[in-house]
Each structure stands twice: as C-alpha cells, then as structure tokens.
Design a protein around this ligand. Structure first.
Ligand code: ASP
Length: 346
C-alpha cells in the first residue's frame, strides 16, 4: 500500500514538474496568427554544415539553445517583460563556452577577447550598447545598464568597464574568456594569414567566427525587445567594432513593427543597416516581417556581398529566421510551449 501511495505521489510530482513543451520539427514561420507572447534566439550564422558537426556537438548546441530559450519563455509565461526575457536568455548563451559571446568569445589578433553587445526596448525606442569590453562577464547586462542607468546609448572600452563596475556588474579576469577552441581558431587564421588586411576576410575566418548570440521577444503586454552579444570576429584588430552593438544594424526593436537581432559579417550589416531596414520596410512599405526579412537578407545584403542572418518577431508574435548562409543556430518557442530548434538550412 505504501509503495502505491509513493508511486502516485512520484507520478504526480513528475507531471507537475514537467515542462509544458512540445517539440516541433517545422519552424513556425508559416503561422500568420496573433500570439500572446513568443521568443526566438540565434547562436550565430555561417558555414555550418552537417558533415562538419559531430552528433555530440550537434546535441550540445541543441540542448544549450533549448536551455536558454526556456529561461526566457518561463519569464514571458509568468508575465515578465520582453526585456528581462531577452537579457536572461542571452546570459545563458553568454555563459556557455560554445557560442561566440561572453565565455566563448573569439580572440582578437593580439590574443585578447573584446565583447560587443546591445539591447533595445521596442515600447519607447530606448537602447543601450557596449563595445570593446574585456572584463565584463555578461556584456548584455552592461548594455541594459547603459540603457537604463546612463544618459547615453553606447559606451566603449575602459570607460564602459568603469561604468560596469559602478553599476555593480560582475567583472572577471580576462583569462575567464580563454577557451582552447577559440585560441586554435586564432592560430589557424594567423597561420594562413597572407597579408594583414586580406586575412580578415579569409574563408577560414568566416568559418571560425560564427556563434554570436541574440534574442527577440514579445511579452504579454505587447512589448517587443531585442538584444545581441558577441566576441566579434576572430583576428579582429585595431579596436574593430562590429554590427552587434550598433542599434539599427545588429539590434532593433519597435512596438510598431518588429524586434530583430542580426548575426554575420558585421561590416555588411552596418552598411546595410540590416535590423532597422527590416523595420522600415514594414513601417513605410507595409511589408510583412517575412517579406521584409527576405528582401533585406536575400537581396540587399547578398548584393552588398554580405553573409549572415537575422531572427525576428513582429508585434503579432509572428517569427522569422532568415539567413543566406549554410546554417544558423536557432530556436523558437511560442505561447503554446511549442519548441523548434534548428541548425542547418533544412
Ligand atoms: N556580427 C558579428 C560581428 O561582425 C559576428 C557574428 O555575428 O558572427 O562582429
């Protein structure tokens, strides 16, 4: 009898603790319906081919994406803000060594790690960004602090680190960001260096750079937010800053249109003002999110010579994952708890 009671209690606890999640194999891009809340993330776009990713690594990427998106989903489900969902989801990705952000950031030419991040609140067009920091553990938290506790939009380098310290954000020894995998990438790229400028655009750099992270979310109050965090590109130098901390290029959010986070070859995303361009096409030409994203990533960015992708959500909760590379680490979750995780083009 005792055993039966124990079994009943255990099965009750198991059901109660189980996540309200359904795994779906098709991306939910074809739903043109209003959602109460939804969340979408990326972990970088690039030459990500099935044959180059071991089953163990594929599983690791997928479980980490799932773990991250569930953090944001839980916040939204319980009535939290899209800004909180974006920040906390990105924290999980920044703390993982497998993505090019936070802990897993790529190395600069000098063998340091320099982080860029930004966040935007679609309800009031407030935004915050930080560039080139070396000791801030979670750069997205700094971006948010810049937005909420400073009169500025973007802070850089040592000034940004002083501000982070004043804000009580966690600072770490730069060695915290050392990972063997990223150091090997730098060594490989340097070994194949033909001349200083051309090397930055080498195929090898393109192949070893992906892993930037980003998130966009719609909360129950109809507020959109987006954020992006990255280590930039392997072998970058001269204090190079990419698109990730540039509002309008790497990140954009506007309750009237959409929330976007970009990943890819930053110089082209800056020239194309990719994230804002998608919002502008929606606002001024009344394109849908999917149409606008397709136009910008598959036509405009491609014609410029740029590679990469974006994730986005519109004000109705429709989601899009558009990229012109072989793959993009990505995941979505809507109000029903339907989870989609994808890596390759299919
Ligand atoms: N966009 C980032 C940069 O150019 C890199 C990336 O997304 O992989 O810094």
């Amino acid at each position: 009898m005792k055993k039966i009671i124990l079994l009943v209690i255990l099965s009750f606890l198991f059901t109660a603790c189980k996540e309200d999640t359904t795994m779906i194999s098709e991306p939910p891009e074809k739903m043109e319906k209003a959602a109460e809340f939804s969340i979408i993330i990326h972990g970088g776009a690039g030459t990500i081919l099935r044959e180059n990713l071991s089953p163990e690594n594929e599983a690791l990427y997928k479980t980490t994406l799932e773990k991250a998106i569930k953090v944001g989903h839980r916040i939204l489900k319980h009535g939290g803000s899209s800004l909180d969902a974006v920040e906390k989801t990105i924290n999980v990705l920044e703390d993982s060594p497998i993505f090019n952000a936070g802990k897993g950031a790529v190395f600069t030419h000098e063998g340091t790690n320099e982080h860029d991040a930004s966040i935007m609140d679609g309800s009031n067009l407030n935004a915050g960004a930080s560039a080139g920091t070396k000791t801030v553990k979670n750069p997205i938290n700094l971006a948010r602090a810049v937005m909420e506790h400073s009169p500025h939009v973007m802070l850089s380098g040592t000034g940004a680190e002083t501000f982070a310290k004043e804000q009580g954000l966690e600072l770490v020894d730069p060695n915290y960001f050392y990972t063997e995998k990223r150091m090997k990438s730098l060594e490989r790229v340097k070994a194949s260096e033909k001349n200083k400028v051309a090397s930055f655009y080498d195929e090898d750099i393109q192949n070893s750079k992906y892993g930037t992270v980003g998130c966009a979310a719609l909360d129950k109050f109809g507020n959109l937010a987006a954020g992006t965090s990255t280590g930039g590109m392997t072998n970058k130098r001269w204090g190079r800053i990419g698109d990730a901390p540039i509002i309008g290029a790497g990140t954009y959010a506007n309750n009237k249109t959409c929330a976007i986070s970009s990943t890819g070859w930053g110089e082209y995303f800056i020239r194309g003002m990719v994230a804002y361009d998608i919002s502008a096409l929606m606002e001024y030409r009344e394109l849908s999110l999917r149409e606008a994203a397709k136009e910008v990533i598959q036509t405009k960015l491609k014609n410029l010579g740029g590679t990469g992708g974006i994730i986005g959500i519109d004000k109705k909760g429709n989601m899009v994952m558009e990229f012109n590379t072989a793959g993009m680490y990505r995941a979505t979750m809507d109000e029903t708890g339907a989870l989609y995780v994808g890596i390759f083009k299919d």
